[in-house]
Design a protein around this ligand. Structure first.
Ligand code: ZN
Length: 310
């Protein structure tokens, strides 16, 4: 498998990132940042979750956010649907988004702690939701969390992850994302994983979603790319994270991922300067230093413009 010449990157900061911010971000600020991202060239942005507002208060304003967004027409807005009740609420504003994402954890324990159900119960409900989502003419995406390891169960069997992915494909998912929810993946395993997954799930778009918990996010993205993965998710400013393990950092930073790919000659279709600008806007608003590298260093400068400086 040769390295893809271009990749798609979905920006997930407005959902996966904001969700983990302790202070409530005002709706108008969320809209401003999403609009800013929409001008950076993204064609896919995850913008809201229809989870119960008392579970994640930060995302309680999802409908208002969707109503306020003003991005180019070719930007597909994705929402996360946790259960049938969430889908009911989402479909009331069906005209405001394009893609719906359903999910499960590959780990029984993580799934139970996250949504208080068994994997089998979740997949049964996901199948019902998938049918309704497709009937609405929406694009169906599916996500498998803890695909590369679980903090409760340790190693997650590759075969069990691929079996779940095949079930999602059978439900009609056009895209399946594999989440390294707590940053346990390493590049060697990622290469084996995506080689096997791309071979088994032909015709389905397979998306890599890495967290930079242990600083290996970009190495993992590179490993996935090299075996043919051409779809990625990341979060501007490296926003996001997961409460387990405590203190873990977020998703890989979109601007670092874009910088790496573009420097390698892999087309992302994104305007790196604008992505960095969006991340800087988020940093200024949140009032704390974000952990992305490019936010500080900026894009690589090949013009030698620092010549003459000490
Ligand atoms: Zn994530």
């Amino acid at each position: 498998m040769t390295r893809p010449g271009s990749v798609k990157i979905r920006e997930v900061g407005p959902r996966d990132g904001f969700q983990n911010e302790p202070e409530i971000i005002p709706t108008a600020e969320k809209i401003r940042l999403i609009d800013s991202l929409g001008r950076a060239g993204f064609t896919r942005i995850e913008v809201a979750s229809f989870v119960r507002p008392d579970v994640i208060p930060q995302l309680a304003d999802g409908v208002e956010v969707l109503k306020g967004i003003d991005v180019p027409d070719d930007v597909a807005l994705m929402v996360l649907i946790p259960n049938s009740k969430g889908l009911d609420n989402a479909l009331r504003v069906r005209e405001l988004f394009h893609e719906a994402s359903i999910f499960v954890s590959a780990s029984e324990t993580h799934n139970r702690k996250n949504i208080n159900r068994t994997v089998a119960e979740t997949m049964a409900d996901d199948r019902v939701m998938a049918k309704r989502i497709l009937e609405e003419g929406l694009t169906l995406n599916a996500v498998i969390a803890t695909s590369f390891g679980c903090p409760y169960e340790g190693k997650i069997d590759l075969e069990s992850v691929l079996t779940l992915a095949e079930q999602f494909a059978d439900m009609g998912a056009t895209e399946i994302g594999f989440g390294d929810t707590t940053g346990m993946a390493n590049p060697a395993y990622v290469a084996d994983f995506f080689s096997a997954a791309l071979d088994r799930l032909r015709g389905v778009e397979l998306t890599a979603h890495f967290h930079n918990t242990r600083g290996q996010g970009l190495a993992n993205a590179y490993a996935a790319l090299e075996v043919g993965c051409s779809s990625f998710e990341s979060s501007f400013g490296e926003l996001g994270g997961c409460p387990v393990p405590v203190g873990s950092t977020g998703n890989i930073a979109t601007e670092d991922l874009v910088s790496m790919f573009e420097e390698m000659g892999v087309d992302t279709g994104l305007d790196l300067e604008r992505v960095i600008e969006s991340a800087r806007e988020a940093q200024a608003f949140l009032g704390r230093k974000l952990t992305s590298h490019s936010i500080l260093a900026g894009p690589v400068d090949w013009t030698g413009s620092l010549a003459g400086h000490p």
